[in-house]
Ligand binder design. Structure first.
Ligand code: GDD
Ligand code: MG
Length: 366
């Protein structure tokens, strides 16, 4: 089975994590984000993936290689300029099979694609959209179904005055090649605004699912996705690493303090005496946590060093940062790569610090 993954967006809402790394390869728990999608696709029989790239395509290719690590043939297609969700598909036309999957590349899910494909066959659909319920559908494509699962209405990002259902398009589609005939070539085309409406009553079906689903595009949702993976709320390969103790310890971890599951402590992590890390913590390779420091509900990426007596909670600290003693980082703060924070700072309230910034001792108190 073949799949096209759309990864052309810039990931602006996930900055500063995406200032230096494109969204598909931002690390999530212990692997590049897009690996979760590749592993999920592989488990449903996908062995041929076309990545439709825009922004920083070369670094995505450098991280993922030819896909052999995933048992998948992986090819990359780069549009000359952003062509939109349907235009990007049209641009890959010469590589596409008679039937294939298309995925929005920014979701973490374990939807049963095998069952979705089976329904697609049963109904002889031209396109079958996976659907999931969400609390606030206004930021998504809202989909109404008839009894036979054919779509009666598709509204992309509805105004709050007309929301007929909370079922939204999950960004996972089974498509027949014939729909490419509906997409004009050489221009920006939105599949949501220009293709689905034409297919309503004409072969567009929905596959309702109650599986785990999350768009990871903001720091809050990135943390939620991390915690859900650690808790096992979504089926992923990380569960095997965590085992029944919900604790994954890499080689040569030096644990003088305490670690509370669920947590992942990668190779070379050092936790000094009196420190406590967890629960819901990811410490990347060679992270160092100073004495009596507390790290809770947080992601600290490779090579970051945290001093003594710090409180690091509900936040994301990218790789190569250096945090001075007594500093508090809380409340959804995000530090980009290579940030240096002097002693005694307080960073909270969703603050975002750009890569490479240097803050002197006691400079920030918010
Ligand atoms: N190659 C390429 N070229 N990819 C693109 C382009 C483009 O011009 N524009 C967007 N993408 C990719 C993004 O990287 C993302 O993975 C996917 O297409 C969807 O784009 P978003 O910008 O994230 O759309 P959205 O989240 O606002 O809405 C879409 O996803 C929702 C589910 O998360 C729509 O498909 C909604 O209908 C859907 O409910
Ligand atoms: Mg999105």
């Amino acid at each position: 089975m073949q799949a096209v993954i759309l990864v052309g967006g810039e990931g602006t809402r996930l900055r500063p994590l995406t200032s230096t790394v494109p969204k598909p390869v931002v690390p999530l728990v212990d692997r590049p984000f897009i690996s979760f999608m590749l592993e999920w696709l592989r488990s449903h029989g996908v062995d041929d993936v076309i990545m439709s790239c825009g922004f920083l395509a070369t670094s995505v290719r450098n991280v993922l290689g030819d896909g052999s690590a995933y048992g998948i043939r992986l090819r990359f297609v780069e549009e000359p300029e952003p062509r939109g969700t349907a235009g990007a598909l049209k641009y890959a036309e010469s590589l596409l099979d008679e039937r294939f999957l298309m995925l929005n590349g920014d979701v973490l899910t374990d939807i049963d694609l095998t069952a979705q494909i089976a329904q697609h066959e049963r109904t002889a659909a031209a396109a079958t959209l996976a659907l999931v319920p969400v609390e606030d559908p206004t930021a998504y494509g809202v989909v109404c179904l008839r009894e036979d699962h054919s779509v009666s209405e598709f509204i992309e990002k509805p105004g709050s005055d007309h929301i007929p259902t909370n079922m939204i398009s999950a960004g996972a589609y089974v498509l027949e090649r014939e729909i490419l005939g509906l997409i004009p070539a050489e221009r920006n085309v939105s599949i949501e605004r220009e293709v689905w409406p034409q297919l309503v009553g004409n072969g567009l079906y929905g596959y309702p699912s109650d599986s785990y689903w999350l768009d990871i595009g903001t720091p809050e949702r990135y943390l939620k996705g991390t915690f859900d993976i650690l808790e096992g709320n979504v089926k992923t390969a990380v569960q095997e690493r965590l085992g029944t103790s919900y604790m994954a310890l890499g080689d040569t971890v030096e644990l003088m303090g305490r670690a509370i599951p669920p947590a992942v402590l990668e190779r070379g992590v050092h936790v000094a005496h009196g420190a406590h890390v967890g629960s819901l913590v990811v410490l990347g390779q060679n992270v160092r946590v100073g004495a009596h420091t507390i790290v809770e509900r947080a992601v600290i990426l490779d090579g970051t060093e945290i001093g003594e007596d710090c409180v690091i909670r509900d936040c994301i600290v990218a790789g190569g940062c250096c945090i001075g003693a007594g500093t508090h980082i809380t409340g959804g703060a995000v530090l980009g790569e290579g940030v240096t924070v002097g002693a005694g700072n307080v960073i909270s309230a969703g603050a975002r610090i750009s890569p490479g910034v240097e803050l002197p001792d006691g400079a920030l108190r918010f």
